[in-house]
Design a protein around this ligand. Sequence first.
Ligand SMILES: Nc1nc2c(ncn2[C@@H]2O[C@H](COP(=O)(O)OP(=O)(O)OP(=O)(O)O)[C@@H](O)[C@H]2O)c(=O)[nH]1
Ligand SMILES: [Mg+2]
Length: 694
Amino acid sequence: MDDRIQKVRNIGISAHIDSGKTTLTERILYYTDRIHAIHDVKGKDGVGATMDAMELERERGITIASAATYCEWKGHQINIIDTPGHVDFTIEVERALRVLDGAVLVLCAVGGVQSQSMTVDQQMKRYNVPCIAFINKCDRSGADPDRVIAQLKKKLGHNAVTMQIPIGLEADFEGIIDLVTMKAIYFDGPNGEIIRTEDIPEAYMDTAQAQREALIDSASMFSDDLMEAALEEQVTEELLIAAVRNGALARELTPVFIGSAYKNKGVQPLLDAVSHYLPCPADVVNHALDMEKDEATMVLETNPDMPVVALAFKLEDGPFGQLTYIRVYQGTLAKGTAVINVRDGKKIKIGRLVRMHADQMEDIDQIRAGYIGTLFGIDCASGDTFVSPGLSVTMTSMFVPNPVISLAITPANNSSLVKMSKALNRFTKEDPTFRTYVNNETRETIVEGMGELHLEVYVERMRREYDVELSTSAPRVSYRETITRKADFDYIHKKQTGGSGQFGRVGGYMEPSPDEDFIFENNVTGGAIPTQFIPACEKGFKACLAKGPKMEFSVTGIKIVISDGASHSVDSSDMAFQAAARGAFLQAYAKAAPVIHEPIMRVVVETPTEFQGVVMGSLNQRRGMIVGTQEDGPLCAIEAQIPLAEMFGYTTVLRSLTQGQAQFTMEFAVYRKVPQSVAEELIKKREDNKRQVA
Ligand SMILES: Nc1nc2c(ncn2[C@@H]2O[C@H](COP(=O)(O)OP(=O)(O)OP(=O)(O)O)[C@@H](O)[C@H]2O)c(=O)[nH]1
Ligand SMILES: [Mg+2]
């Protein structure tokens, strides 16, 4: 095995929005000499932080896309992916944690464990990623690291272990006490780059010793040597570090560190902790599925000399074609290496290889097992596996959550339409949680995503990067219309002026058909309507279904039975009977008491129990029908049936009602008659529109 791999760390920086991930990464890059000046998110100098390279990110002061970089710290090569905290960009966290070996979970010393902290924690669990916690913003008023550690234990169920205690807090936050070395550490110099180590101030000694005892107790669960040394009071730093490392790698202990990235305090010890307590690629057992053995799970080896197995986890369309971020699990990718894309069987030859530093690229010769890099100009999808020819294994891709919100987008003109579809092609390829389709009924182009911000960002990028002129609106609900009682028809279509005449008579009835969208039954006897014209009758009736006479919504749940008719030997034709059928449809439809149906969604809200009441209230306000609730510890799931029309924008409402701690899923359930008041509103709106157009 390649010993260098022991000194590699592939880590993600993940947390709730605004916890300071990008600010922290900026300091890491500064202390590792990757950058020579610190710029802050939304900083006064207007430059912006390195990892928030996208224009929109700098303007809004949020991270939208995960960004990769790497640095060296005390002989360790640390590959970092800074991920976004906003729930709408959750796919960026999924794809990063799918390929990374370890993570830093950042928590705000004031906000503590917040909604996305929980989601990120779930994602780390899903990919079995060991993590260390960094309680940031200890300089803020209200900072309380102890409360945050208690929340880590209570809300996330972590075996959280204090590794450092603060010297002062809030405005008085001046340094930290390291419980492993039992030293006080201060961060001097204009950017905290000068580490000053001192003895622990007297005032903190008791607390430090008590906390160190607790640390030794917790850590000795993961090392018999430490257990023994503790009994003999012979605890060394090496023993303690090794024990904590065992616990962290097993995801049974979470070492907790503190600091203030913004105030340049605590970052360098955190970098030491990344080396001490997070795994190197060879510490992680990676699995693939053996396609020759019925997808049996097999273990991959972090060995650069073995056949290649690699996973594409992020795509980016660049000025020079597609950039594919890839993690190599086994073997080595170098210029000219031939590999197969397992999904489509295509053979490709590796071209240019680069290593990313935010949006900058540095050429490299190869990507060895255990490393992350970027391929140039390879056409593939997120989640594709690449292998050496002859190998038939595949890797599981990342989890892709379903979109929860949709928007209709309308290009202003043809050239915008062309540019828009180009942009949509690219964005939907890069981001599997961003989807688009054309609604067959409303002919609208619909985009779907994880939240209002998600869609807003793509709309803005279409405007800026593709110069698309477009307008957006809530998608139109696909209402339906149907009939509620039986009605007869007997309609003659006759046209005998100018050109060949037309004649056809159709008699029968229509009635509601609750289980089928459309049923056509021919009960004509005695050739009242010649057999060859029966299909024309059906066609005529069907033609009326697309736009119902009442509201121009599509008509469903209707059965049509023809039982009588008449024809003319010369004037009857397909056309004539289609027209007769259309006339018959309109004749009966008005008498059949048509009503409007709306799509009803099955909505399941998962929320902490404390918000159950407000959530149920918000669902009732939306003409919701609560079907049931289920409690599961601190969480509960509320199931309801809600009209789709009432659900637009609910994502944002729910997040504000529950401080972002609830989420919901929604799927189509059934079509149901709209209440009278809603029907009147729809009719009025349609008349208003008509008047405006007229
Ligand atoms: N007081 C204080 N503010 C901080 C600290 N770290 C970051 N901030 C501020 O918090 C805000 C958010 O910082 P970011 O680094 O963008 O946070 P983030 O976690 O990357 O945010 P997203 O990527 O959008 O999820 C910025 O205004 C920072 O200046 C800190 O230690 N103390
Ligand atoms: Mg950020």
